[in-house]
Design a binder for this molecule. Structure first.
Ligand SMILES: Nc1ncnc2c1ncn2[C@@H]1O[C@H](COP(=O)(O)OP(=O)(O)O)[C@@H](O)[C@H]1O
Ligand SMILES: [Mg+2]
Length: 257
């Protein structure tokens, strides 16, 4: 295991019956990087992430997360990483503080440290004053920040975020990304999936996944240059066109002009 990498996979593959959802994926994510996994719906992003987080057993291949084996050391992985799934994993019928207390306990944070940790998270997420609000009544942006807070309460060195900003407003997305940058500056490695190309351009490096296969990777700048696009959205569309053999309509911004 190379200790400069938080995530290493070799030929990671997942089959559901005859269907291959993830095919021979090789990833190397350096410590402290923000790494974006991009691809259309159904590409295999969440399946890849579930294997990395130790919640799904690979059909083939191998990998290490923070030095732990993704097949034999799944409990250690779960205790040591932060994971925000597409569904956020919050208990809607618990209050903000009850959710935080719950996560503090499943991550085995010593009892005498819990109060302080929870206060820090409430501050980080801007949830002061909402401690006793039922989670179901929080708006999307607040829920998302609470979910992030729950995912980092045990100070993980790797944070895995599966479409964390889907459906939240632009202000909340900015606030959320500022929190991500802060964590990255503290040395936390971030693996994130997103459909927002401005977020993807903020990543140190990205991989494009299509039909379960990584078809391109590099820094956003490198990818834009190689594909001669104006931005990452052009690059994304051009890869999808190439892979699907279908022409996608030109940018919608000009339609009214
Ligand atoms: N448990 C499962 N059983 C069968 N097929 C699945 C299962 N989970 C995911 N898939 C299929 O695998 C493919 C990849 O899904 P997913 O990883 O969720 O894609 P993404 O997150 O990129 O949208 C999809 O075609 C999906 O329908
Ligand atoms: Mg998904």
């Amino acid at each position: 295991m190379n200790h400069d990498f938080s995530v290493v996979t070799h030929n990671l593959t997942k089959k559901f019956g005859d269907f291959t959802a993830v095919h021979h994926v090789n990833l190397e994510i350096p410590k402290g990087h923000i790494y974006g996994l991009l691809g259309p719906n159904g590409a295999g992003k969440s399946t890849t992430i579930r294997m990395l987080c130790g919640v799904l057993t690979p059909s083939q291949g191998e990998g290490q997360i923070l030095g732990f084996d993704i097949i034999n050391e799944t409990e250690k992985i779960k205790q040591n990483i932060g994971y925000m799934s597409q569904k956020f994993g919050l208990y809607e019928d618990l209050t903000v503080i009850e959710n935080l207390k719950f996560y503090a306990s499943i991550y085995s944070i010593p009892k005498n440290e819990r109060y302080q940790r929870i206060q820090m998270i409430i501050e980080m997420a801007g949830l002061t004053g909402r401690e006793k609000t039922m989670t179901a009544y929080l708006s999307g942006g607040w829920k998302q920040r609470l979910a992030l807070g729950c995912a980092v309460i045990h100070h993980p060195k790797l944070l895995v975020l599966d479409e964390p900003t889907a459906g939240v407003d632009p202000v909340s997305r900015r606030v959320f990304w500022n929190m991500i940058y802060d964590l990255a500056h503290q040395g936390v490695t971030i693996l994130v999936t997103t459909h927002y190309m401005d977020e993807a351009e903020s990543c140190d490096s990205i991989a494009f996944i299509f039909n379960g296969t990584v078809i391109a990777r590099g820094t956003p700048k490198e990818l834009i240059k190689t594909r001669k696009g104006n931005n990452l959205e052009d690059v994304f569309i051009s890869y999808v066109e190439e892979q699907s053999g279908q022409k996608i309509n030109q940018s919608f911004t000009k339609k009214n002009g």
